[in-house]
Design a protein around this ligand. Structure first.
Ligand SMILES: *Cc1c(COP(=O)(O)O)cnc(C)c1O
Length: 352
């Protein structure tokens, strides 16, 4: 009775090796729900890939990742003096992201010589020093309280035309701040294509580019990954029959199918799709069909189509409406679930 992520092991591992080969300086990103696969599993896979460094999102994630991966651990969320570090992790393995002068000063005052990367603000405008702030930070860092391991650039998800123009402009600022990092200057980047990184590396042959990649690495070969849910029950229904927590009536004759997977799995709680603009949203509204009778599309795919929720998903199961004429899957069989991996918690992962 569960939602299971099936992984074609050979195919997935081939893909991981291929990305590692195409992306010199790869820093696998291991954060959140572990891209649907789990933090611990990804940490072990990074160890198997033989990378030097992995990136976690937050310091709390270190407790799951650090015991399973032996190399350096970059923390992507900028260091904050109010955050506690897990005591179990060797501080010498940590590389902190720093984005503010006050925090840099506070970190410099802590024990030892913490390793840091200085983040430069990009058009994302999430975290980072301005160009001037970066020069000031380089000067503060030079006094020796921290060891600078490079500069970080977090670029937006590939806009039309790519990120190369912005990355080149930011590199000018990095150079102006006195390229930091030893023994070789390092720039940590995200969301650049392999070709864009290659172009930067040609312009800046002295710099070692470190590529922080999550989605393309772990989820880049979707065909190797499949989420399936068990069919738990089914009931034929006539038009107008009532069902469910809210005593709704069924709009048409068909079958109510009860499947594994509900809000506890993140089903029906999809992150916004990012569908840009009013036109795309209007199109969704106007789709008609079952939406017109108040039903919402579910991620459960049955007989070749995404089916509608008969009512909002329950905690661990969902009631799906199958119109008359659709082949009803047997109890105990499984159906395909098209989920967004980063928002889904599966009951188990099965790697062949
Ligand atoms: C999450 C994150 C990444 C990885 O993003 P993907 O799109 O999953 O490759 C890279 N850099 C930073 C700073 C991040 O927060």
């Amino acid at each position: 009775m569960s939602v299971v992520l099936h992984v074609d092991g050979d195919r997935w591992r081939d893909h991981l090796r291929q990305v590692a080969a195409e992306r010199p300086g790869l820093v696998p990103v291991i954060k959140g729900n572990g891209y649907g696969l789990g933090l611990g599993r990804l940490a072990r896979k990074a160890q198997w890939l033989g990378v030097e460094t992995v990136a976690v999102g937050t310091t709390t994630e270190l407790t799951e990742v650090a015991p399973r991966f032996g190399g350096d651990l970059l923390v992507l969320t900028p260091w904050r003096s109010f955050e506690k570090l897990p005591a179990s992790v060797d501080p010498g393995r940590l590389i902190h992201t720093v984005d503010r002068l006050d925090e840099l000063a506070a970190l410099s005052m802590t024990d030892g010589v913490p390793r840091v990367v200085l983040e430069l603000l990009t058009s994302m405008k999430r975290h980072g020093f301005t160009a001037r702030g970066l020069r000031e930070a380089a000067a503060v860092a030079a006094s020796g309280g921290v060891r600078v391991e490079g500069v970080a650039l977090h670029l937006p998800l590939g806009p039309a035309g790519g990120n190369l123009t912005e990355a080149e402009a930011l590199m000018t600022e990095v150079v102006a701040a006195g390229l930091a990092g030893s023994p070789r200057p390092q720039v940590w980047v995200s969301h650049l294509t392999a070709a864009e990184v290659a172009a930067l590396a040609r312009h800046y042959p002295e710099v070692r580019f470190r590529q922080r990649i999550g989605t393309e690495l772990w989820l880049g070969d979707r065909g190797a990954l499949e989420v399936r849910a068990h069919v738990l029950d089914s009931h034929p229904v006539e038009r107008g029959e009532t069902f469910g927590y809210r005593g709704r009536s069924i709009p048409r004759a068909g079958t109510l199918l009860v499947v594994s997977g509900g809000t506890a799995h993140g089903i029906g709680l999809e992150a916004p799709t990012g569908a840009a603009g009013i036109k795309a949203r209007a199109t969704t509204m106007a789709r008609g069909g079952m939406d017109a009778v108040g039903l919402a599309k579910s991620p459960f795919t049955i007989d070749g189509k995404a089916r509608y929720f008969a009512e909002p998903p329950h905690m661990q199961a969902s009631m799906i409406f199958l119109p008359a004429g659709v082949e009803v899957p047997e109890i105990g069989s499984t159906v395909d679930v098209r989920v967004r991996f980063t928002t889904t918690t599966v009951d188990s992962v099965d790697i062949s």
